[in-house]
Design a protein around this ligand. Structure first.
Ligand code: HPA
Length: 273
């Protein structure tokens, strides 16, 4: 089966379950961030495992559901839990969920993630609003996965992260006294955290934050013409900047402290999109 056929099948299955609900905005929630989504009206929850062709998420803190519903008259889809390259999924399959959401009608994609920070102005608890990224995964979901239905092969990535949404997020953060800055996301494969030497190198290359997700999803979404906003929450300083050893447990604990802030941003942001 081609990926286009897989995506059509998944979209048809979902449309039937949701009685033809057409989401405009999709939100991908990163490690432990799923609880920040405001309560949606007329909600439908579909476990990934039920959707034909969908991958399954295998990481602690990533539940694995697609949720559809309305918030202040906006039609929203939430990916509660995401698919990471480090789980062993083929990179091109990470595009399936994004392309399915697009086929259902999604025009705007919010991608949240927990990240390590390389920028001393972005301490744990801060929000990095992405203005660009560096793909250091040595792979890409678009490779060997071309179908003109999913946009141009040679996709331009200027202004991938929507300028207007960035401005809106920064002003909402300011109003809520949340430390937020624009920055560059550095995508590493994981699953190990980086070495101190890598963190130093990535900083020299121009990165502000480092994470193990976001970029594959953004690369799938961009040729589809989606407006994209990357919301990276700092859970720790990069290895070697902080003297503490890093752990996923710590990421999840720090995320707990971020939940309230992210919820506030979403409550204000979603109606403005
Ligand atoms: N590195 C990569 N990914 C992360 C980190 C980190 O330090 N913290 C949370 N996600």
């Amino acid at each position: 089966m081609t990926q286009l056929q897989t995506v059509k099948k998944a979209a048809a299955f979902i449309s039937k379950k949701t009685k033809n609900f057409k989401p405009e905005i999709a939100l991908i929630t990163g490690s432990g961030l799923a609880n920040c989504v405001p309560e949606l009206k007329n909600k439908t929850v579909i476990p990934y495992a039920q959707i034909p062709g969908f991958l399954r998420s295998t990481v602690a803190g990533h539940s694995g559901n697609l949720i559809f519903g309305e918030y202040k008259n906006k039609k929203i889809a939430v990916m509660q839990g995401r698919f990471h390259y480090y789980e062993g999924h083929p990179m091109k399959d990470i595009a399936i969920a994004i392309r399915t959401l697009w086929m259902l009608g999604v025009k705007t994609l919010l991608v949240s993630a927990a990240v390590g920070s390389l920028n001393l102005k972005l301490k744990p608890g801060s929000l990095c609003v992405l203005k660009d990224h560096i793909n250091f995964m040595a792979n890409n979901p678009l490779i060997g996965n071309y179908d003109p239905a999913f946009g141009p092969m040679f996709c331009d990535l200027t202004d991938t992260y929507d300028k207007d949404i960035r401005k809106t997020v920064l002003s909402i953060a300011k109003k809520n006294k949340i430390n937020a800055l624009e920055g560059v996301y550095f995508a590493a494969t994981g699953p190990n955290f980086e070495t101190p030497a890598e963190i130093k190198a990535f900083k020299i290359l121009g990165a502000d934050v480092v994470g193990m997700s976001t970029v594959p999803e953004v690369l799938a979404a961009r040729p589809l013409g989606m407006k994209i906003c990357g919301l990276s929450w700092v859970t720790n300083m990069g290895c070697g900047i902080s003297k503490k050893p890093l752990s996923h447990k710590e990421t999840l604990e720090e995320t707990k402290k971020i939940e309230g802030k992210f919820a506030k941003i979403l409550q204000d942001l979603l109606p403005k999109l």
